[in-house]
Design a protein around this ligand. Sequence first.
Ligand SMILES: Cc1ncc(COP(=O)(O)O)c(C=O)c1O
Length: 500
Amino acid sequence: MRKHSTFVPLSVLNIDPESSVPVYRQLYTGLRNAILNGQLASGTQLPSTRALALDLGFARGTILNAYEQLFAEGYVESEMGGGTYVARELPDELLKTPSIQAFASPQDQSGRSLSQRGIAMASTAYASPYDLSPVRVFRPGLAALDAFPLKIWSQIIARHARQRSYDLLNYGDPAGYKPLRQAIASYLGSVRAVKCDLEQVMIVTGSQQALDLAARVLLDPGDDVLIEDPCYPGAKGAMLGAGAHLIPVPVDKEGLRITSEMVRSATARMAYVTPSHQYPLGVTMSLARRLALLEWARRAKAWILEDDYDSEFRYKGRPLAALQGLDTSGRVIYIGTFSKVLFPALRIGYMVVPPDLVDGFVSARIMIDLHPPTLGQVILTDFLDEGHFGRHIRRMRELYAGRQAGLVSAVAQELKGLLDVSSNEAGMYLIGWLPKGMDDQRASEVAAAFEIEAPPISTFRIEPGNSQDAQGLLLGYAAFSEDEIRIGVQRLAEALRSRT
Ligand SMILES: Cc1ncc(COP(=O)(O)O)c(C=O)c1O
């Protein structure tokens, strides 16, 4: 039986208009937590968007956005004749969620609640719980782990095990193992045209730590950050975790749309970009935009975080020079990772920091975890120095190029009129654009029921989307054989047809 609720207790929502977390997101989180912890029971009718907007004093569109998100995720449902109700059957997964859900209520009765920053991080897509479900076809961003030269890697490990060096047991350099930093500096100089010496290279626990570290060391709470929209959720979460205020900037086919007006007004403290291969849209930032962004940073006295997560995989021509190499005023922090080019469990990435910031970054690193674990760095150094890294990249480029071509041709055959995929000269995934009017969240859910893992583009948007936004699915191809890709595309076709 339906239960009526003419109001939602404001204490449940605890919305702070001054917070860096958008109001719609706070409202969504508050309602979601109230549903999960039983304060809003299954079947309870939520107030109309108009009534709640009046009650809370926010625009109706804000309320609508929160409701739409809850609706898309299955927490609420609507009924013929109107009305929004707490879903009768919440997805099992949600009810089993771990402690973070229980703590995410901004004003827990017992006072045991996360900070606003903690809540902001927890509310970022992908944040909690981290997805450890079995890999299904098209998971984006995953390397071909079965093609990794595990035998060589094991031989290097065995060699170090045999040497039994006590040196490897002591505390290490907080900036990272020097020979590894040297190898990375040489690689970046020759392949990515990054200008740096080894003192500027810091080893981090994957690029996620670099994003977090840069945000914490360079931003004060409330600082404005220009961020690509749509955007990599890990970057968004790291910025929110540092208390930043996000200014979403749209991305078009030339990358972040930095206008001359933005350059002139020179606002904000930082910009986050993925210029080599924008995540998730896959475009490369044009030279004109790169120069405009650098000019903006110079005028605004701001920082640019250049996240170069998968630039090794360019299938035509030479890899593009990094934005960092064009910077003449020491405003770019360059970030790279071995997660895509080798394997993610390695948890080794690197950042290149302007020389005058090195001490600040190293001191902060000491406060966080002293230094990266030594053994993985030592093994990786040998892997680089002995030429295995270069060989592996060359092999993977060839493999992935073939897989990408396989994906494009299978989609052209099986999904005509349902999904539009074009080849891309870079990356490990493609975007399948859906026909107008087809909602990507829904399409992704339907695909999941057919064992396909294709996240919707809208998940990565910062500004809540509207029905005019192009809708698409991310299709990772690097980790899947051409056969798996072909069968996956057939299943996806079945899934999308079952909807139309
Ligand atoms: C754009 C982007 N940046 C950073 C990362 C984080 O990678 P890491 O494993 O190095 O933390 C990813 C991983 O998917 C990514 O897609």
